[in-house]
Design a protein around this ligand. Sequence first.
Ligand SMILES: Nc1nc2c(c(=O)[nH]1)N[C@H]1C(S)=C(S)[C@@H](COP(=O)(O)OP(=O)(O)OC[C@H]3O[C@@H](n4cnc5c(N)ncnc54)[C@H](O)[C@@H]3O)O[C@H]1N2
Ligand code: MOO
Length: 404
Amino acid sequence: MYKKISLEEAQNLLIKNVKKTDEMCINILKAHGEVLAETIVSPINQPPFDRSPLDGYALIAEDLENLSLNNPMKFKVIDEIYAGEVSSKKIEKGEAIRLMTGAPIPEGANCVIKHEDVIEKEDTIFISKQILPWQNYCFKGEDVKKGDRVLEKGRFLTSNEIGLIASLGIEKVKIYRKPTISILSTGDELIDIGEEHLPGKIYNSNIYSLAFRIKELNLNYKILGQVQDNVKLIKEKIKKYIEKTDMLITTGGVSAGKKDLMIDVLKDLGAEILFWGVEMKPGSSVLCGKYKGRLILCLSGNPAAGLIGFEVIARPMLAYASRQEAIKLKYCKGKITENYNKKSNVRRFLRGRMYLEEGKYYVFPISGNNSSGLLSENINCNCLIDIPKGSIGIKKYQEVDIAY
Ligand SMILES: Nc1nc2c(c(=O)[nH]1)N[C@H]1C(S)=C(S)[C@@H](COP(=O)(O)OP(=O)(O)OC[C@H]3O[C@@H](n4cnc5c(N)ncnc54)[C@H](O)[C@@H]3O)O[C@H]1N2
Ligand code: MOO
């Protein structure tokens, strides 16, 4: 018999034994939602040249020193530059160059005046508005300088980061490969959706819940389907797929029934058993082994128990292995909005719905006093209420620990 361990011990054992994924180089078109495995240092100045933020005229601001309303200053327009072009001319005293937004500011000029603020007459413009040196002037490198560290290793890549990387002309980046988690359900009673609903059989919902929960955590999943309660068949399936995945999650066959075979499967395979049983409810029936360098986490077949086990046991390890801060299990305190009378001689996770009101968290317990943990209770659930071992019940508005 194995001794049950605490949830924290189980979390730590998984983190200690999981193999982090390696780095890979990918095109930025594929990098959205990935974690950066390198620090991005800018190879260029951005913008790469001094440029105009307006459609207008570049000139020497000091040429406007004697300007007054009655004495507009006159400038000779010597060239015209569109964005994407460069002028070969240098501005001298009394000269201006017409330029469009984004065009490089020509040599000699130190400001730009807006098109709307000048009077144009053929090759001449008249200005009666004061403008200062460096006004309406965008400097080379004012966004990013060549050699700047723009993004640090470990940064999660959203559209903002990818846009910035693209602005520097970087085509490929190094990222941490996202782990793939394969999922296998065991149970003679299981049928897949689309199959005939024969007596005694139930639809395999676990595989769907887990696959899409993994997807919600921004990780890759692979559905291996379901297999009967047969040690040989389960072993064959695991052997066939284990080296094509980063880890395996199975459901079913982990408690004390005659067909709870997962312990035999792992032992027969020669897997190292990390633990069997965690001091919590639901989801205490959970087994974990390590085989061919990969974790095999065997969750309870009971849908509620398996999913809660996945959240509190597997998620911290998945956040660590994928280097995603955002998917870590988070904790806060909040006031429970109903009485919960059930005594608990073991730590218990209760599904709940938390909300924020006037800066304080409240949590409504979805699971009732005698709930056996039904799948329908997952609808509207956005957190778990963490009830400590030895609780004699919780009074309305008492403060509780919430995991989400
Ligand atoms: N003598 C004891 N019996 C049980 C104990 C115990 O301590 N002593 N613990 C009970 C608790 S609590 C749980 S939870 C379950 C855990 O059982 P398993 O994890 O071994 O899972 P199964 O027996 O295979 O299935 C449990 C339940 O869930 C249904 N199921 C299984 N797989 C799926 C699936 N993929 N999709 C939907 N539903 C599934 C299955 O038909 C069973 O009804 O053990 C208790 N017994
Ligand atoms: O381990 Mo069972 O999960 O308490 O429902």
